[in-house]
Design a protein around this ligand. Structure first.
Ligand SMILES: [Ca+2]
Ligand SMILES: [Ca+2]
Ligand SMILES: [Ca+2]
Length: 240
């Protein structure tokens, strides 16, 4: 009986650990009309951070204001004083504005570099004007039309499904950087880029990796009930 109860306890514990769902918390959100931070989190933006406003229009998820940068200067989002966490998921919408020439077009290459904690994550490009390649690192294009500036198309890409933007992370500070460049990148009124709908979600650690005290209480009650049931069954078997 004691062996069986021990085996059942082990099975219950395994099932409980296996079914535990990690808690997540949005630690930063910015659609460039409004922004919000998780409790205690400090957010700063350094480098160019001017906003363009498309008003009430919706270009594949790009709406209202978005951050726009037409220079080769880095724009860096820094989140500090993050709560204890085991991983981060970073979502955002990108826009490639005007005459991007891909890697092999008329005035190429044009690149948009993305940095996670200062390390280059991806070099993206778009063929809005010339060239043969669109590379969004797995991001999904949601819109293409000329909605600001010149006659060149503006391309909107949803980066929320990019696997590499969900990663293990424990440090209390996280930085996300963007920088345009490449020998053919003209910038200014010719080419620029934008970011919108930035959201950073943290996965919170389970308390010491073991069930909470309230969970233990439920488990102990469960063992007691199972033991009582087996005792009754044993008594019936003996009486028969
Ligand atoms: Ca917006
Ligand atoms: Ca345009
Ligand atoms: Ca170019």
């Amino acid at each position: 009986m004691r062996k069986l109860a021990t085996a059942m306890a082990a099975a219950l514990l395994t099932a409980t650990a296996g079914s535990a769902v990690a808690a997540t918390a949005v630690v930063y959100q910015n659609d460039f009309n409004t922004s919000s931070m998780g409790s205690g989190v400090v957010a700063t933006i350094t480098g160019p951070s001017g906003a363009f406003d498309v008003g009430g229009a919706d270009y594949g998820g790009l709406t209202g204001r978005f951050l726009q940068n037409g220079s080769t200067d880095l724009t860096i989002f820094t989140l500090s004083n993050l709560p204890a966490h085991t991983s981060l998921d970073v979502d955002f919408t990108l826009v490639f504005l005007d005459s991007w020439d891909s890697i092999d077009g008329g005035l190429a290459p044009d690149y948009l570099e993305i940095y996670l904690d200062g390390a280059l994550f991806a070099k993206l490009t778009a063929n809005n004007a010339s060239g043969s390649t669109n590379d969004f690192a797995g991001g999904a294009q949601t819109h293409l039309s000329n909605f600001i500036y010149s006659g060149w198309n503006d391309r909107v890409v949803d980066m929320s499904g990019v696997g590499g933007l969900s990663f293990a992370h424990t440090a209390s500070t996280f930085t996300l950087g963007f920088r345009a460049g490449g020998a053919g990148w003209q910038g200014g009124a010719d080419e620029s880029w934008g970011v919108d709908n930035l959201k950073v979600t943290a996965t919170l650690p389970m308390a010491g990796g073991v069930p909470e005290p309230s969970t233990w209480a439920l488990l102990i009650l469960g063992f007691g009930a199972a033991g009582a049931m087996m005792r009754r069954r044993g008594a019936r078997a003996a009486a028969a």
